[in-house]
Structure formats: C-alpha cells, structure tokens
Design a protein around this ligand. Structure first.
Ligand code: CU
Length: 334
C-alpha cells in the first residue's frame, strides 16, 4: 500500500534496489508474481485489478486518516481535560449540532466508499463481449484449460494441461535422467528433498518462472483482449486465481462459474489454487502469459498442430525477449 501511495516512481525505485541488491526475484519482471519485501497487493495487470487497487488505496487512506483523527482527539481530551488541567469540569451534556455532525459525517464517508465499491462489483458482473473463452477445470492436482474455439473457422478446441514443475524436474532437465538417478537414487525422505532444494537453487534463479509457481505448460492470452473464464472441477473444490488480474473463482464440481478479465500488460502472470483441496494443494499453480496478438496466434497455431513443446517454446521466447528488453534499466542478470 505504501508503495502505491508513493506512486510508480517509488515502486520502480524499490524494484530497482531489490534487483540491484540481488535479492530473490531478481530474475523476474515487475508484474505477475509476489516479490520479497512486498507491501500490499501485487501490481495490477488487468483493468479490473487497476480498479481494485484504486479502491484499496482510497479505503486505506480513509482508514488511516480516521485513525489519526480519533487518536489526536483522544490525546487532546486526555491532556486538555485531565483533572490537573481542568479541575472544574463543565456540566454540558448535549450539543445538537455536534451530534448531528458526528452522525452525518460517518454516513457520508460510508456512502462515499460504497459508490466506487458497488460500481466495481457491478462491472465485475457485467460481461463485455469475449474475444476468447477458456474453460478451466480443477483436478487433484493440476489444472486443465480448454480454449473454446470451435465456433471459429478452421479452429478446434484445444486443452492445455498445466502441471507444477518440481525441483526434481528442473534438475532432470538440466543434467538428464541418468545422471539424476546416479546422483539422487540413494537418497530418500528429507535428505533427498534438501539435496534437490539446494541443487536446484541456481537453476531456479535462472528460470523464467519462480519456484512453486512454474508449470510445464502455461496458457497464453493476447494483451488488451477480453477473456471469459469458465471455472469448474472434476473432483473436489479448487480455486482459480491470478492475483495480478484481480480474479479468483471457486472451481466447484458439477457447477460452472464465470468471470472475465482484460489484461493490460504483457508478461508472465502466476497464481495458485486458492482453496485447500488436499495433499498436493500447493502443487497446482496457474500461469498465464499475456502476449502480443501475433505471438498468441503463433502459439495457438502450434497448439492446433498439436505441437505442445513448440507452443511452450514460443511463450518462453516471448517472455525472455520481454525480460531482455527490461535489462538495461534493471540489470536483471546478476
Ligand atoms: Cu486445488
């Protein structure tokens, strides 16, 4: 919140110092994921989240102002009307104007807060015409994203399944399955987890997505387009969310819920299943890459051709290029 109050300049300065000091998150861009030492909400990546952050700031500033006012008033009363300073108290019991004022002013404050809040709620439930519709299905423990495209010429529906990337996956990809088996085959339990955690740290630092939030196959949406999300579940209740988009929806078996968002920034946006759903609840992250329309078209063409690996490479290349473009400013590589 403080970061918001001091505006974008302070925010980018803070990001710059976080990066310059080589803290975790240095390899990532400024949006779409939590950062160390973060205060308040993740920076907005959609029109809805921009509004949420706006209201959040207004409410917070109002609360802080009221708290300071009441505190000063109490301090004043304690000193000014203490037994020492005011030995003969006044016998005044009522003051009509004062009583009217302290009833009306809080009402006005609440109405003032309610108006933008209700407007936002109304907009969240007013669905603009969609450019893309995606059906997200929660499974124990991964997400499936079906792009509903069969109304478009020459397009088929495609399903993207997102599984978490573990420390083990990353090390295996780096040294190969055989070397992995040799190195870690003997280890079990905590010792194995600790070894994998320690040995993958450098790989995560260089990875395009943060640890615990990385998926093997992310989905992509074009920037500045309206996305309708339909959310359901195959087994227990999950919850689909991307904090930077300001969206969160319970995935309930046998029921389809809907929400919409319009991303305004390119980049990789990460979220996690947000309802405690079982043993591997922590292992079902969600990744949405917001890309330019031409990148999206290429990505979708690769998916239509059943080239899932090629599709993922397209997204990685786009995100790498975006991070490279930020490099001169923020010195992204250590
Ligand atoms: Cu879940």
């Amino acid at each position: 919140m403080l970061r918001r109050m001091f505006g974008a300049a302070a925010c980018s300065a803070a990001a710059y110092f976080a990066v310059a000091m080589g803290t975790a998150g240095a390899a990532f861009a400024e949006v779409g994921h939590p950062v160390d030492g973060q205060l308040g909400l993740q920076s907005p990546g959609s029109t809805g989240m921009e509004q949420i952050v706006g209201i959040y700031d207004v409410v917070n500033i109002t609360i802080i102002a009221i708290t300071i006012f009441v505190m000063l008033l109490m301090l004043y009363v304690m000193f000014r009307f203490s037994e020492k300073n005011n030995p003969t108290p006044s016998r005044t019991a009522h003051h009509t104007m004062l009583e009217v004022a302290w009833t009306i002013v809080p009402i006005l404050i609440l109405v003032g807060l309610a108006i933008p809040s209700f407007r936002l709620l109304y907009e969240q439930y007013s669905f603009p015409k969609p450019d893309i519709t995606i059906k997200a299905t929660g499974n124990a423990w991964f997400w499936e994203h079906e792009f509903l495209l069969d109304k478009q010429e020459g397009m088929k529906n495609v399903t993207v399944t997102s599984n978490v990337v573990s420390d083990e996956d990353l090390i295996k990809a780096s040294i190969g399955a055989e070397a992995f088996a040799q190195k870690y085959g003997e280890l079990t339990g905590v010792a194995r987890n600790e070894a994998l955690y320690a040995d993958s740290a450098a790989l995560w630092a260089a990875n395009i997505a943060p640890r615990k939030l990385a998926v093997d196959q992310a989905i992509a949406v074009p920037v500045n387009k309206v996305v309708h999300m339909l959310v359901t579940s195959n087994d227990v209740i999950h919850s689909w969310t991307i904090p930077s988009f300001g969206v969160k929806m319970q995935a309930v078996p046998g029921r389809t819920s809907a929400f919409w968002f319009k991303p305004t920034k390119t980049g990789a946006f990460h979220g996690q299943c947000s309802v405690l759903c079982g043993k591997l609840h922590s292992a079902m992250p969600i990744s949405v890459y917001v890309v330019e329309q031409d990148v999206y078209d290429k990505w979708m063409a690769a998916l239509q051709a059943k080239d899932k690996k090629g599709a993922t490479e397209i997204l990685k290349a786009a995100e790498t290029a975006r991070l490279q473009a930020l490099k001169p400013v923020a010195q992204l590589s250590n």
